[in-house]
Structures are given as structure tokens and as C-alpha cells.
Design a protein around this ligand. Structure first.
Ligand code: ZN
Length: 494
């Protein structure tokens, strides 16, 4: 595909960033690439002190009220209240107006669905009819429309303070075989991190599944492409930008064989597993009728009940199932807005965590949310879970799901909290809009006053949002192109 005009080059972006950093003093950078120097003569990475934030949430109880020090791509030091960094810094960013958080992490999404937001025919429908109406529309997805959809979803997430996003892409109609490759390109252009899951559907209507024939693939095609993508893109270890996971869509759209073979491949290649599970009672009934099993028994029967797996939604579990999930270390992506919109139910998040289940947050696909806003999703999670557990559920607990919990759900130990050695992924919010006026506790104000946009976002030591904007992204042009693609896919004229 040709490079879209919406984007400028990474070099231009870097120049733009430096011109945007008027309040940050910088030292000159050597023209010689550091990677060309022998290790012994490489300069130490420059140290940036993000100084004295208005407030800070570290997600681990550590004191960083004096700020944090970034060295290169990672956090090297937390500065306690009233103290200075242990050694001098090259640059300082005065964060006196900012509430500082670890970068938010989204654990469940379907980026392509930004093309079918607030679509009238499914605006008021529960999951199964919602899906059956949307499948034929989604079957018209093209590389161009997908690329626009991914850019919109990621840009929206980034502006809401999200630095790492998982996407569950399971649609590969003819011509869109390279959907995940295309997503990789957009993630890299925006400078975020992503866990891109190679989704799949192989159980079409004529085989007793839910999706139409045109949207499903043969098992051997799914498995071969999964292995190709892992080999080509998956990065293991700290600082990974792209990770690939395997994600058969749901019990009602894949066969048990593909589930089992995906689990075996994940074990062999050391990647994670993701699927939708226990989202609705309709799904539970489907599993009972088709497999003679409840959802967790089904999961167990295909080799997925383990700590390699994170589940989208995870709502309809009984006490025994929660205990089994906890013992196995299987994680859950809680998607409160989607669950409310489709009236799917309320996940038992506090009980899941008490049992040992890592819980993260997901905005879910944009046809069931329909916003890709992580800080607002944390607010929704707080309020939905307070309805179940009471008003003493702390604000910080919801922020913990959006950061440390989400990192655990994605199997990552290098992001999701502010601590020495963690990646320098940050979300910083100001409280100078009308909605915050009169607020007292700055961290609580983020959720209680409905913060919806970060002022600054850093990923791996690089500013990706500056003054509430993504440097180099022509949002107006992107919206115009994406809106046109959304009209086309619904009309069926592509
Ligand atoms: Zn989903």
C-alpha cells in the first residue's frame, strides 16, 4: 500500500517534538549514531527529571512525589517528596500542572470496528443479533479501510493516555490476508506498543456457528498464518514494541480443534492466548448445547485454562469457576462500557482478583463501546464495580486495573507501574479545564470529574502526545478519510 498522506516521517516527527518542547531544556545530541559506537565508549543515556508533579499514582505504593528520572527508554529513579535526583539530570520537565500515571494499557479491542460506531440497526441490540447484523458489513473490510480504522482507534487511545494496546482482529476476508501486518505498520508509525492478536473464525453458519461463511477461514490457513506472524513480528522480553498472541474469536465461531491447536502452538512458541469467554448467557447456552460444557469446562477441555490466557469479558462465572481461573492464573480483560451497552452483565472483578485472577481493562471494539478512551474506561469500571461492591471501592483500584492489572493480563512485567527499571511509559493529565474547577484530590479528580484527554504521553522515553496533540498527525484529514470509509462499508459500495 502507498504511504498515506496523513502521516509524516519519523524524522519530521522528532523535529516537531523538539520544537514543541519549549518548557523542557535539552542538551545537544551527538550526530554520530550511538548504536555505531562500541559499548564501552557509548555515552550514558541522557537523564530527564520529570519534576514535582501535581500528583502521582505509581500503581505500587512507592513514593514518587518528587518526580521520576528517565534514562533513555526506562525509568531509572523515583524521587521521594521534597528530594532531588541522586545524580544531576541533563534535562528537567516541570510537571507542576500534571497528574502523573503509568501509561494506561488496553487489553481488549477490535480496532476495525471504529468504522461501525453508533450504527443505527444495532444501536439497541444484545450481543448475538448485534453480531449477526454486523458480520455482513464487516465482511466488506478492505486494507485501506482497516488502516484508517486502526489509526483512528490508536490515535484515540493514545490521546486518552494509553501507551500499550491489545487488538483482537479476527476478520480476514479475501484481499485482507495481511491485516495484522498492516496493523504493525500503524502501531510503529504512532510509536506505541501493541499486543496484536491473530484472531480467527472457522465455524460458519452452515457448521452450526454464528458468523457467515464469507468471514471464516480454513483451520490450516489460520494456523499457518499464526506461525508466520509470530516468526515475523513477535518480540519477547522487556521493551517489546510488538507482541503477537493467538486469538480464536469465541466458542461460537471456532472449532475445538482450532482452540486446542492454537494452545499447543502458543506453548511451543511461547506466546499468549486470548479469546472472548463468558460474555453472555446466550454464549453459555451455546456451549452447553454444542459442547455439553459450561464455558470454563470448555476452556479446560481445549487446554486453555492456564496463565498464558487472558479472556475478554469473563462475566458469567460461578464461585467454583472463579476459583479455578484464579488457581490457573488465567487473566480477564474487564470491559465495563461494552458490558453495559450490550447489557451483557457485570463481571465479578473483586472476587476474581481475590481468587488470583489478574484483571485488566479493555475498551472493547468500537461497535459496542463506542469510544476508545482508556481514562474514561477506568471511570466506567470504578462506577460499575461500585454498583456491585459498594462506594468504598477506591479510585486507585480502578487506576490499578488500567495499569498494573492490564500489564499482568498481557503477561508483561516491564510496563504498568512507575518503578526503577520499568519502561518509561507515562500518561500525564492537567486539571485546568472547566470540569475540574473546584476539585481537591488531583488523582481522584481524574476519574470523578471525567478526564478524557492526556496533555502529555510518553512511550519508551519518547513524547508521543504533546500539549494534547499527536505531533505530525493531521486529525482533520484522518477523520475525513475514515468517515468516508465508514460510509462506504455500511453502504456496501467498496
Ligand atoms: Zn470483543
Amino acid at each position: 500500500m502507498s504511504k498515506p498522506e496523513t502521516w509524516i516521517s519519523r524524522q519530521d516527527l522528532t523535529e516537531l517534538e523538539s520544537t514543541n518542547n519549549a518548557d523542557q531544556t535539552r542538551t545537544p545530541v551527538s550526530p554520530q549514531s550511538e548504536s555505531q559506537l562500541p559499548l564501552s565508549s557509548r555515552p550514558a543515556p541522557s537523564r530527564l527529571w520529570i519534576k514535582n508533579p501535581l500528583a502521582v499514582f505509581t500503581a505500587n505504593g512507592l513514593d514518587a512525589r518528587g518526580g521520576i528520572v528517565i534514562s533513555g527508554t526506562t525509568i531509572s529513579e523515583l524521587v521521594p517528596a521534597g528530594e532531588q535526583p541522586s545524580t544531576p539530570c541533563d534535562e528537567t520537565f516541570d510537571a507542576g500542572r500534571h497528574v502523573l500515571l503509568p501509561g494506561l494499557i488496553n487489553t481488549h479491542h477490535h480496532f476495525y470496528q471504529t468504522l461501525t460506531r453508533a450504527w443505527g440497526p444495532v444501536a439497541n441490540a444484545p450481543l448475538f443479533p448485534w453480531l449477526q447484523n454486523l458480520y455482513p458489513v464487516w465482511a466488506r473490510l478492505t486494507p485501506d479501510s482497516l488502516e484508517l480504522a486502526v489509526k483512528v482507534a490508536l490515535a484515540e487511545l493514545l490521546l486518552s493516555g494509553c501507551t500499550t494496546a491489545a487488538d483482537h482482529h479476527y476478520l480476514f476476508p479475501a484481499g485482507l490476508e495481511d491485516a495484522i501486518d498492516l496493523e504493525v505498520g500503524v502501531v510503529r508509525e504512532l510509536g506505541m506498543r501493541a499486543t496484536l492478536t491473530r484472531g480467527s473464525m472457522c465455524l460458519g453458519e452452515d457448521d452450526g456457528g454464528l458468523p457467515p461463511r464469507s468471514t471464516v477461514q480454513r483451520p490450516e490457513v489460520i494456523l499457518a498464518d499464526s506461525e508466520r506472524l509470530i516468526g515475523k513480528y513477535h518480540e519477547a522480553g522487556d521493551g517489546a514494541v510488538i507482541q503477537i498472541a493467538l486469538a480464536p474469536c469465541s466458542p461460537f465461531s471456532v472449532t475445538k480443534e482450532v482452540m486446542a491447536e492454537s494452545a499447543a502452538m502458543a506453548e511451543r512458541l511461547d506466546v499468549r492466548l486470548h479469546t472472548h469467554l463468558a460474555e453472555t448467557i446466550d454464549e453459555e447456552n451455546f456451549c452447553l448445547e454444542k459442547f455439553g460444557l459450561r464455558t470454563v469446562d470448555y476452556l479446560d477441555s481445549v487446554g486453555w485454562l492456564g496463565n498464558r490466557t487472558w479472556l475478554g469479558h469473563g462475566i458469567h462465572f460461578d464461585d467454583d469457576e472463579i476459583a479455578r481461573l484464579g488457581a490457573a492464573g488465567t487473566a480477564v480483560a474487564h470491559c465495563p462500557t461494552s458490558n453495559m451497552r450490550l447489557a451483557s452483565g457485570t463481571a465479578r472483578v473483586v472476587e476474581l482478583e481475590a481468587a488470583g485472577v489478574p484483571v485488566g481493562l479493555g475498551v472493547d471494539g468500537s461497535a459496542s463501546n463506542d469510544a476508545s478512551n482508556m481514562i474514561l474506561e477506568a471511570r466506567q469500571a470504578l462506577y460499575l464495580q461500585r454498583l456491585r461492591y459498594g462506594a468504598d471501592l477506591p479510585v486507585e483500584r480502578a487506576l490499578g486495573w488500567a495499569t498494573r492489572g492490564s500489564a499482568a493480563a498481557l503477561g508483561r512485567t516491564d510496563i504498568g507501574q512507575l518503578a526503577p527499571g520499568m519502561q518509561a511509559d507515562l500518561a500525564m493529565f492537567t486539571l485546568d479545564e472547566l470540569r475540574f474547577s473546584g476539585s481537591h484530590d488531583p488523582v481522584a479528580a481524574l476519574l470523578l470529574c471525567a478526564a478524557d484527554r492526556a496533555d502529555r504521553v510518553m512511550v519508551g522515553g519518547q513524547w508521543r502526545v504533546v500539549d494534547g496533540q499527536i505531533p505530525g498527525l493531521d486529525v482533520r484529514k484522518l477523520v475525513a478519510e475514515h468517515s468516508a470509509a465508514a460510509q462506504k462499508i455500511v453502504r456496501g459500495t467498496e
